[in-house]
Ligand binder design. Structure first.
Ligand code: CU
Length: 461
């Protein structure tokens, strides 16, 4: 950070001076510093040439999204966000009228360089007031975007102008800060990436941006419910639910950076990656010193937080990356169904079907096959839907995507499914192998529904 660096160096000098005088002063007690500390919120006077993509930074990749273009006007980067209703597809089969920016849900990623001066016009095409907050950015108070507190509301049809200098670098966000509950539930948010003016550390070969959110969209309807507090049924990365999420493709050996942001209305998301360990290099946009970077394969991204991770793609394959809350890797489902695991439906289906043609008791032996059965679903809904995978049906949805790492890639287009080298794929065990290694062939009669009931009774009685 440009001005923070200055701030810290002066702070060190001040602390050193205080330490020298400490012996005499400690008797009388510490005196407050008389010289005001330089605040990082003071404007940085130094001028920088506008950072250029490809020269000053490698642009980020927003899967299923885009980067907001800018225009240079007298050395200032000029952006234009248009807040508007968008007919948005979450995954094939589910569309809803959301609120986003420039025809997209979420809004396009804003990308710039530390030291750049940006001017951002916000046009409001919504039927109500709005305003935009630059989440994590150090801006003058009047540019902070909290309607009523920092500025007037942007009325329907109006265009407001924000302008400030970027005096930090890292992963940030922007979102509506007027009628927040409604506008965030309807999707009014995006990522704001600021590249360092003087990069340090290894350069990322693949630099991805993933924003998490959650929605309540009742089956068969086309409007997210903004008053929902707990029962979200559509979970998204960059506004898309699996199988609508684009894979993150990397070459073997690439340094991969993923910048997670979470502006879900209510919930935190522990994002887990299979096949690799990463290090958390940034928290809320601030660089973590290398010696303090936490290693792991799951990162909790709380509402309002950003977390940036980096890893080397040294493990070829198709790797799941998803929120580890199991209800967050499901698509639309109600949570008011009775627990039918182990229940004997007996003749129930037949009896009910005389009243409700096509009725079927669901869930008595698990719920994994509901998507695969291709059961007729209400129009415009993706209840329990996953997608066909290479080996079988993938019965996950929601906040789920695939990291695809390949040797000998010629482009970063989706390379299709991974071809498992011989001997590296779990397969059905042969009788010879079982006899050799276990000394027996396990009796593998699946649990009968009636047996399952008796089994449960045995445990409880
Ligand atoms: Cu989650």
């Amino acid at each position: 950070m440009i001005s923070r660096r200055k701030f810290f160096s002066k702070a060190v000098v001040a602390t050193g001076a205080a330490a020298l005088g400490a012996t005499s002063r400690s008797v009388q007690g510490a005196e407050p510093a008389k010289q005001p500390l330089e605040s990082p919120a003071q404007p940085d006077q130094q001028d920088y040439a506008p950072g250029e993509p490809g020269k000053d930074y490698t642009p980020v990749i927003t899967p299923n999204g885009s980067t907001l273009p800018y225009k240079l006007v007298e050395g200032i980067k000029v952006f234009h966000l248009v807040a508007e209703e968008v007919d948005h597809e979450f995954a094939p089969g589910l569309r809803a009228y959301c609120w986003g920016f420039n025809g997209q849900v979420h809004g396009p990623t804003i990308e710039a360089v530390e030291g750049d001066r940006v001017r951002i016009y916000v046009t409001n095409k919504l039927p109500e007031n709005t305003s935009i907050h630059w989440h994590g950015l150090l801006v003058p108070s009047g540019m902070d975007g909290v309607a009523g507190l920092s500025q007037k509301n942007i009325g329907p049809g109006e265009t407001y102008k924000y302008e400030f200098k970027l005096r930090q670098h890292g992963t940030y966000m922007y979102h509506s800060h007027s009628d927040d509950m409604v506008q965030i539930a309807l999707g009014m948010m995006g990522m704001f990436i600021i590249h360092p003016r003087t990069p340090t550390g290894p350069k990322a070969d693949r630099d991805f941006v993933l924003m998490s959110s959650e929605w309540r969209i009742d089956v068969g309807t086309r409007r997210p419910v903004p008053i929902e507090m707990t029962d979200f049924n559509v979970l998204t990365f960059n506004g898309r639910s699996f199988p609508g999420t684009a894979p993150l493709v990397a070459k073997y050996g690439d340094r991969v950076r993923i910048r997670f942001g979470n502006l879900s209305p209510m919930e935190h998301h522990p994002i887990h990656l299979h096949g690799f360990y990463w290090k958390i290099t940034e928290m809320d946009g601030l660089q973590v010193p290398e010696t303090a970077q936490q290693p792991g394969s799951t990162v909790l991204v709380a509402v309002g937080q950003t977390r940036t991770v980096e890893f080397i793609a040294d493990n070829p394959g198709d790797w799941a990356m998803h929120c580890h809350m199991t209800h967050h890797t499901m698509n639309q489902m109600g949570h008011k169904a009775p627990n039918l695991i182990g229940v004997r439906p007996g003749k129930l289906d037949k009896k009910v079907s005389t009243l409700l043609p096509g009725y079927m008791t669901m869930g008595e032996s698990g719920m994994a096959d509901m998507g695969e059965m291709g059961m007729p679903v209400p129009r415009n809904s993706i209840p329990m839907v996953g997608a066909p995978g290479k080996h079988d049906y993938i019965d996950m949805g929601g906040m789920f995507t695939i990291v695809k790492v390949r040797e000998n890639l010629t482009s970063y287009d989706d390379p299709g499914w991974y071809k498992n080298p011989p001997g590296t794929l779990a397969t059905l065990a042969s009788n010879d192998e079982l006899q050799r290694d276990l000394g027996q062939i396990p009796k593998a009669k699946p649990m009968d529904k009636n047996m399952q009931m008796d089994h449960m009774n045995m445990h409880h009685g």
